[in-house]
Design a binder for this molecule. Structure first.
Ligand SMILES: NC(=O)C[C@H](N)C(=O)O
Length: 501
């Protein structure tokens, strides 16, 4: 039942279901799936039922209701919530409940959505498997031996297991699209600046963007409608009119739409055959729908991953410096950290406390990124690494500008392979970073991109395809996605474990 946002909204509007009934269904589904999946870091049993009762009371009294009244949603645990903890799946913030809601959360609440809980993620959004979480790993509902992807793995698993029809993730280098692909659902990374970052705990500020995940393009269009918009509290949010995304997805005519196929991506060595097949089949679907297919090249794509893995850690090392046990975050008494009183530098007790807090509060991937970033920003290496990466980023954006001069959309893969096994890449950071091979380009250029279910491979695992569009052209992206889903049924496939109660 909890697999279509619009169906739930219709049930609620028609009075065929109360918000309490829908919320109880979601909470029951969580009860059934959480012991296996661990998709949530926190479930707001009482607050969700309270919010549902308020919606029902308003409906009963005939008061006007906002568009998402009674819709259960799950929020990635990197977005601040005033009534639930916000841990970023880190020991550093294990006991932190923010005093305010992130703007996107506030907007969803104002739209009537009911926040059911917070979803698990890679610690501070650094990872591609949700295994760097200090709250334990999340399993993929299609195969519990496999990762749901990351860093928004909990958000994707929460939808794919049937606990909510819509979740909100964030995407710095692929963190919405890759888990969406691994879990067989649809995930949208909006244009940088389309949704406010106020209250999104910063990882890499010039790349982070929040966005919706759901089964279909319609689900994510509904989510984006509620989240998008200018926010004076975020100086990087863009004052650009918010389109009517639901109206946009009714426009599924692909005639005259020019789709550029990124053949250089699928042709790369190491790309799984199922991924190649999915992109080739999608190309055919778009051609049959009347789109004009052309081949495109994003010349600097070989530099996407190296550029991202300089810029993102640099920004992370700066953003995470605030978690020192004094300004923010877990405070560890220096003596508790294995250091005896006598071994501590007594002239610098504050330094010792910082060291102990950061050593105990952060996991190893976060520490790795902080060290890489600090190194690349240090005086002797700033020009060679950080500055150079910024220059390459400009070239990458230039490739997109040139390409979008001749095509409306770019079609390609989301990931080099379907979901890998839990533990498979945990000792190999480079292998983990290469999961982002096809996704980080959109973040570096700031363009919107969507991951769509594109098939199931021989092992029964979902495979995604990706569309990218010029900045602020989410409508184009969603319309093409809706056209694709009108011609395919991949988004209607559900894992065996899907809860239908
Ligand atoms: N945050 C993201 O978008 C995920 C990316 N794999 C990273 O670890 O940086």
């Amino acid at each position: 039942m909890l697999d279509s946002t619009s169906t739930i909204l219709e049930l609620l509007e028609s009075g065929d279901a109360t918000a309490r009934e829908v919320t109880e269904t979601a909470l029951r589904a969580i009860g059934a799936t959480e012991p296996t999946n661990n998709a949530y870091t926190h479930v707001g049993y009482e607050s969700a039922l309270r919010a549902a009762d308020a919606v029902d009371a308003d409906r009963k009294a005939g008061r006007p209701l906002p568009p998402l009244a009674g819709l259960p949603v799950a929020i990635k645990d990197v977005l601040c919530t005033s009534d639930m903890p916000t841990t970023c799946s880190s020991n550093m913030l294990r006991n932190f409940t923010p005093p305010y809601d992130a703007t996107v959360v506030a907007k969803l609440k104002q739209a009537g959505a009911i926040v059911i809980g917070k979803t698990n993620m890679d610690e501070f959004a650094m990872g591609a498997s949700t295994e760097t979480s200090a709250m334990g790993k999340t399993c993929n509902p299609w195969d519990t031996d496999r990762t749901p992807g990351g860093s928004s793995g909990g958000a994707a698993a929460a939808v794919a297991s049937g606990t909510v029809p819509l979740s909100i993730g964030t995407d710095t280098g692929g963190s919405i699209r890759q888990p969406a692909a691994f879990c067989g659902i649809t995930g949208l990374k909006p244009t940088y600046g389309r949704c406010s970052r106020y209250g999104l705990v910063a990882f890499a500020s010039s790349l982070d963007q929040a966005g919706p995940l759901g089964w279909s393009v319609e689900d994510v269009a509904i989510g984006l409608q509620a989240m998008a918009g200018y926010d004076p509290a975020d100086s990087t949010s863009v004052d650009h009119e918010v389109s009517d995304y639901r109206a946009a997805i009714a426009e599924t005519d692909m005639k005259g739409v020019r789709v550029g196929v990124l053949r250089e991506a699928t042709d790369q060595e190491g790309v799984a055959p199922a991924i190649r097949t999915a992109v080739a089949e999608a190309e055919k679907v778009f051609r049959d729908l009347g789109a004009e297919i052309v081949e495109v090249s994003l010349q600097h794509s070989p530099y996407w991953v190296p550029t991202y893995y300089v810029i993102a850690p640099c920004e992370a090392s700066s953003n995470l410096s605030r978690f020192d046990g004094a300004h923010y975050g877990y405070r560890h008494a220096a003596e508790e950290n294995g250091a005896s009183e006598s071994s501590l530098d007594k002239t610098e007790p504050l330094e010792a406390m910082y060291r102990a807090s950061r050593a105990a509060g952060f996991g190893s991937e976060v520490k790795r990124r902080i060290m890489v970033g600090t190194y690349a920003l240090s005086e002797g290496y700033y020009d060679a690494y950080y500055n150079q990466a910024l220059k390459v980023r400009r070239l990458i954006r230039g490739d997109y500008d040139t390409t979008f001069g001749s095509v409306d959309l770019i079609l390609g893969p989301v990931t080099p392979s379907p979901a890998f096994r839990l533990g498979e890449n945990t000792d190999d950071p480079i292998a983990m970073y290469l999961c982002d091979l096809f996704t980080v380009g959109a973040n570096l250029a700031g363009v919107p991109a969507i991951s769509l279910p594109g098939g199931i491979d021989d092992d029964g695992l979902p495979v995604g395809i990706q569309l990218q569009a010029p900045v602020m052209q989410e409508s184009k992206l969603l319309a093409a996605g809706a056209a694709f889903q009108s011609a395919t049924s991949h988004h209607q496939r559900r894992p065996d474990s899907f809860v239908t109660t």
